[in-house]
Design a protein. Structure first.
Length: 228
């Protein structure tokens, strides 16, 4: 399974999506900071599962209809930071879609996540990550879960990895940094957490019109993961 996650920087990079989908022949596309009122129903051969509705910085999930059947999609609100309360950029910071993979007769939940900005504490982002993982289980407890997106967590990722593993998930960073706009804050902002999947690679793709670089996640179903 090939999944791209991309923070569009307030929709500035939306014009790159068709080329990304076609060039990398992806199965799922997860977006952050998109203009959900302007989203097309299809991006190349990918179909819009759903998007958040109450966000200034929206989230969306697209998937290949020739491979997957979308069973359900849900959006979730997570604990708010002070930034959220003052500027109201995001009520919903998570969207997940349960998919049936007809090629493998497996199911999976694929989610797009956008953590609170760097003005918040790491403890709040860890709370959001924990809550997001728990919420996604409501879409399919026991089936594989992949959550990709902008975690806003460039420092102390080793500690975060330990924290995530304690809750039954794995954290996989990309092969290169994903954010380079500000020298001090360069680092791995965009990565993947997963359960029931083997993440074989997370590749940072070339930069475009966003201050984030897209990431390409290659995942395989674990042998222990249940079939549909």
């Amino acid at each position: 399974m090939q999944v791209i996650s991309y923070n569009l920087r307030k929709n500035h990079a939306s014009g790159e999506l068709v080329e990304l989908a076609e060039n990398f022949d992806i199965d799922v596309l997860c977006l952050q900071e998109c203009d959900t009122e302007d989203l097309p129903a299809n991006v190349a051969n990918l179909h819009l599962a759903d998007s958040t509705k109450r966000n200034r910085l929206g989230l969306a999930v697209y998937y290949r209809k020739d491979r997957f059947t979308a069973v359900a999609t849900k959006t979730f609100s997570l604990k708010k930071s002070l930034h959220d309360r003052v500027l109201s950029p995001a009520h919903e910071r998570l969207i997940g879609t349960r998919l049936i993979d007809r090629e493998t007769d497996r199911e999976a939940v694929i989610a797009s996540f956008h953590a609170a900005p760097l003005t918040a504490l790491n403890s709040l982002r860890r709370n959001q990550i924990n809550a997001a993982h728990a919420e996604l289980r409501s879409l399919g407890d026991g089936i594989p879960i992949l959550m990709v997106g902008d975690y806003n967590y460039p420092f102390f990722t080793q500690k975060l990895g330990t924290h995530v593993r304690e809750s039954g998930y794995d954290l996989t960073l990309s092969d290169q940094r994903t954010y380079t706009r500000y020298k001090f804050f360069r680092g791995h902002f965009d990565f993947a957490t997963s359960a029931g999947l083997d993440i074989t690679r997370v590749e940072t793709l070339p930069s475009g019109d966003s201050d984030h670089m897209p990431i390409l996640v290659t995942a395989e179903y674990s042998e222990l993961a249940p079939s549909a």
